[in-house]
Design a protein around this ligand. Structure first.
Ligand code: GLP
Length: 253
């Protein structure tokens, strides 16, 4: 079931997301978290760091698998997703480094790396909650609009719209990697529950289309309508603006 949780500001939506993760961690100390990058989860990670510092939650027994990584960026490149995760979460909580996992963007043989990562994800014995952002074109992880939904981890070509959107983090557009390794939509759908974070006006149309429109690989996030468990959507008022207009009854405040 899709549960749309309203937050007035991005900060409020991040706190709502942190509440969802907190309840998972309180029920299961050794939960497996599927983690995501992008600007949308940053506020939630800040809140989780504060809750860890206060002793409310602990990551000591948590394992994590991240969705994706750019091809060609090393873990110490400041735009790699490995760097992002350390900077925005891992370095500030009690998670053990050896319990954190991301695809290796520098792998010489991407197919072998995808197979390795599939095995890593499988070895977790199930992801308790998968955090997702949503791309402007409806991508989840780096699963871009396509003719079919992807199953396992794959090497993906980024679309121009994604490269444009992510160029803001790099010195120039030319520096944005054109490929990534991403967990597949099938793997994402295997999680026990999902937490989708969306912030800002730019996500309002695609969020409505994904959650209420046709289910199609042309809008990868639309598959969440078929998710077997709970999908928590924590979004701010701007990102929810189209949904609140067209489906006000679907939003819980
Ligand atoms: C990137 C990531 C996605 C993320 C999306 C949206 O391309 N691969 O996992 O959800 O962008 O990012 P943001 O939250 O910054 O809008």
């Amino acid at each position: 079931m899709i549960k749309i949780i309203y937050g007035k500001t991005a900060h409020d939506a991040g706190v709502n997301g942190a509440d969802v993760i907190t309840s998972v961690l309180k029920n299961k100390k050794n939960a497996v978290l599927g983690l995501a990058t992008g600007s949308s989860p940053i506020g939630m990670y800040k809140e989780l760091i504060a809750r860890c510092a206060s002793g409310e939650i602990s990551f000591a027994d948590v394992k994590s698998v991240n969705l994706d990584e750019y091809v060609g960026l090393s873990a110490d490149h400041d735009q790699s997703y490995a760097y992002f995760m350390h900077d925005n979460l891992f370095n500030h909580v009690d998670i053990k480094e050896e319990n954190t996992n991301l695809p290796n963007g520098l792998a010489k043989d991407p197919a072998a790396e995808c197979a390795r990562y599939d095995a890593v994800v499988a070895s977790m014995g199930g992801v308790d909650i998968q955090v997702l952002g949503i791309g402007n074109n409806g991508h989840i992880g780096f699963n871009e609009p396509a003719a079919a939904f992807s199953k396992g981890t794959g090497l993906v070509d980024l679309t121009d719209s994604t490269i444009d959107a992510n160029a803001r983090f790099f010195a120039s557009r030319d520096e944005v990697p054109t490929q990534a390794l991403s967990m597949g939509v099938g793997q994402i759908m295997n999680a026990d529950s999902i937490l989708l974070l969306a912030m800002g006006k730019g996500k309002a149309e695609i969020l409505e289309k994904s959650l209420f429109g046709d289910v199609t690989p042309a809008v990868p996030a639309s598959i969440l309508q078929f998710f077997k468990g709970d999908v928590y959507v924590c979004a701010d008022e701007d990102a929810l603006s189209v949904i609140m207009e067209k489906h006000p009854e679907a939003v819980s405040k």
